[in-house]
Design a protein around this ligand. Structure first.
Ligand SMILES: [Zn+2]
Length: 421
């Protein structure tokens, strides 16, 4: 090794030493931390400082991120929406795939709110979907890629009693007294087993409902919970329905006697129906003679869904020259029901098929020997037509033993607490 080369080598090492000292000084001096953090280093201390700084920036600076809220348009997928913000289809796929590990993405519908958090450079950091009043699903960008988690908010059921006077209709009463429509719908469904809405309800009748308001920690109403009690004063009687969870876990509504409110057969197989012709002798112009009208006619618009009155088995589904398209169903306890003049029979309603109470079996129409759009409804008991509007249908279930005792205790507690009767 010659002298020149040796001197150069010494100077070289000196330079490196100075550089190291300088760098170390810069790193450990708090004043220069921010100047240095962008330099790559294997020094773990430096990495820690960097991470901490970055976190602080995120926490402190709301202006570092841009938050926006979009909603899915009809026919638009979440992936479409994300790509519209400028990201690649691959990244949009990663985000939806990650969210899909927590929620069924096929159930995301038009109108779904999508909250985005982007860096000032436009890079998406967070995509969150409030999927219900108490549940949000969020995908976050992390060093491991897109990771999703769900956030559940604490919700407290607060039982609330409301009373409403019926002036024109139950719907209007609900609106006027701030009762959630879903709660009133539930009450109407329960009353419909016992009440003929056309004849029984008079203006001035009172409805009392006890239901849960679901509130968040701040006491804000988020949604309606369960209907616990529904009662209605009619001119000649009172009707009531109490929610009770049986010891086997089944939830049903019961009368004070322990009979379930839900009866084996519905009184009205069509929603919003007006009775245009009752059961009994009458002039039947279409037939040109006076005869026994074997059922009840409900005047409804063509295409109105017709629900089967009870659980059973379809025994007729097809065309009849007088009844047009018709369906007949066999139920328990020797009851059959028949529905006629359909515009069409619902898909899948064939002879031998099992049907459940409330299932749509067809759509009202004016087929066969019919003088106008209506649904003709017959109930047969032991094969003979009977008048459905005066029939007392057997209850779907009756509480006994421990269930009956517990139900009575719970009911009395609610009556005392909410001054219900
Ligand atoms: Zn008829």
């Amino acid at each position: 090794m010659n002298m020149q080369l040796q001197r150069f080598t010494v100077r070289y090492y000196l330079l490196i030493a100075v550089f190291i000292i300088l760098t170390a000084t810069l790193i450990y001096s708090p004043l220069h931390v921010s100047a240095d953090v962008s330099q790559p280093s294997s020094d773990s201390f430096q990495t820690a400082v960097f991470t901490e700084l970055e976190t602080n920036l995120i926490d402190l600076g709301s202006d570092t991120y841009k938050d926006s809220s979009l909603s899915l348009a009809r026919g638009e997928s979440l992936s479409d929406l994300l790509q519209d913000t400028g990201i690649s289809s691959l990244e949009a796929f990663d985000i939806t795939d990650s969210l899909g590990s927590i929620i069924d993405m096929r159930r995301i519908q038009a109108g779904q709110i999508v909250n985005l958090r982007q860096t000032s450079g436009g890079r998406i950091q967070e995509v969150s979907l409030p999927v219900s009043f108490d549940r949000t699903v969020t995908a976050r960008w992390s060093s491991h890629g897109w990771l999703s988690s769900e956030q559940l908010s604490d919700i407290f059921p607060v039982p609330t009693v409301v009373s409403a006077r019926v002036e024109s209709s139950l719907f209007q009463a609900a609106k006027d007294s701030g009762i959630p429509l879903s709660i009133m719908m539930e009450a109407i469904g329960l009353f419909s087993f016992e009440v003929d809405f056309q004849r029984d309800i008079q203006p001035g009748n009172n409805v009392v409902l006890l239901y849960e308001k679901l509130q968040n920690v701040d006491g804000e109403n988020m949604a309606a919970g369960e209907l616990l009690y529904a009662g209605m004063e009619l001119d000649d009687r009172n009707v009531e329905a109490w929610r009770y969870e049986r010891l086997d876990g089944t939830v049903e509504y019961y009368e004070e006697s322990g009979d379930s409110v839900r009866k084996a057969l519905l009184k009205t197989p069509v929603d919003g129906a007006r009775i245009s012709s009752g059961f009994g002798f009458r002039n039947i112009p279409a037939l040109g003679f006076t005869g026994l009208h074997r059922g009840i006619d409900f005047a409804v618009r063509i295409g109105t869904p017709v629900m089967v009155a009870g659980d059973g088995e379809v025994i007729i589904a097809g065309w009849h020259k007088l009844y047009g398209y018709r369906v007949m169903v066999r139920h328990a306890n020797q009851y059959d029901t028949m529905y006629a003049h359909f515009s069409r029979i619902a898909t899948g309603i064939l002879t031998g098929v099992r049907v459940e109470q409330g299932q749509v079996i067809g759509y009202s129409g004016n087929t066969g020997n019919s003088t106008g759009p209506h649904c003709h409804y017959e109930v047969h008991y032991y094969g003979k037509p009977v008048n459905p509007s005066t029939l007392k249908f057997p209850p779907g279930h009756k509480l006994e033993g421990d269930d009956m005792n517990l139900f009575t205790l719970e009911r009395r507690a609610l009556i005392a607490e909410f001054n219900l009767q």
